[in-house]
Design a binder for this molecule. Sequence first.
Ligand SMILES: [Ca+2]
Ligand SMILES: [Ca+2]
Length: 307
Amino acid sequence: MRQRGVALITAVVLVAIATVLAARVGTDAAIDLHRTAGIAALNQGWQVALGAEAWAAQILNEDIRDTQVDDLSENWARPVPPLPIDGGSIEGTVEDMQGRFNLNNLLKADGSADEVNIARFRRLLRLADVDERWAGALADWLDADTVDTFPDGAEDGVYIGQSPPYRTANGPITTTTELLALPGFTLEDYARVRPHVAALPAGSRINVCTATPLVLAALVEGATDFGDAEALARNRQEGCFPRLEDLRATLDQEQFTALQTAVSENTNWFRLVAIVSIGTSQLTLYSLLERNNAGGVRAVVRSIGTE
Ligand SMILES: [Ca+2]
Ligand SMILES: [Ca+2]
């Protein structure tokens, strides 16, 4: 009688273990299948995104043969609506990164503070409704030394006091998201300045044909007003607006001479944003593209998911 009881309990336990194992194997198999499908979709998406990048490079290469000017009426500036691909779709845009303020331009080529560009960035922050003291803090973040040399500056002393502690970059930035490393610079601040800033090699000029209204207005104190986003878009349907000549007409000679080395009507730095959707997976590729003056295009930085 006792032996039969033990046998029964053993049988019950074995069935329970078998059930758990079966359920586990079934779940693992489902997860594996899902994971494999996800990896396959991402691999395929990556290849498609690289294809889009090659296509963008070709359009930019063809563009340079047509005109010397780069403006928003040109082929590269037209967004590509969602196009069907195997199992999904792809869409993309090419942006002119020289229509934005290059944060690395807060320093001159010799590494010292560029006061004119710091003043421009202060104006840009003010126009974007963000505290202008971040201009000084960012200049300290970029410059090689660890001495607070700017009004509103901040060096290691401030960052080591953070939790967790970290140090200043003390070098050029490669992504505008580094603004978020400044203690107190919020996501709301970032959302306000994000469309107007870029992280390019220092020395790049601002293309007035594509510059955002805030970037244009920040160029010279109180002297340039070419309208809001709507007015600019209307005036840019046919080509470059404003032309450098328009700026010359608006400014006095001294102001224009000071501005001349900071602006252009053409661009070397673009960014492709390609969004690939396959099944339930989505991949966004950000490719920073450099076009040289002969029309050659190369991807300098690629990132997935975040810019
Ligand atoms: Ca062009
Ligand atoms: Ca520094």
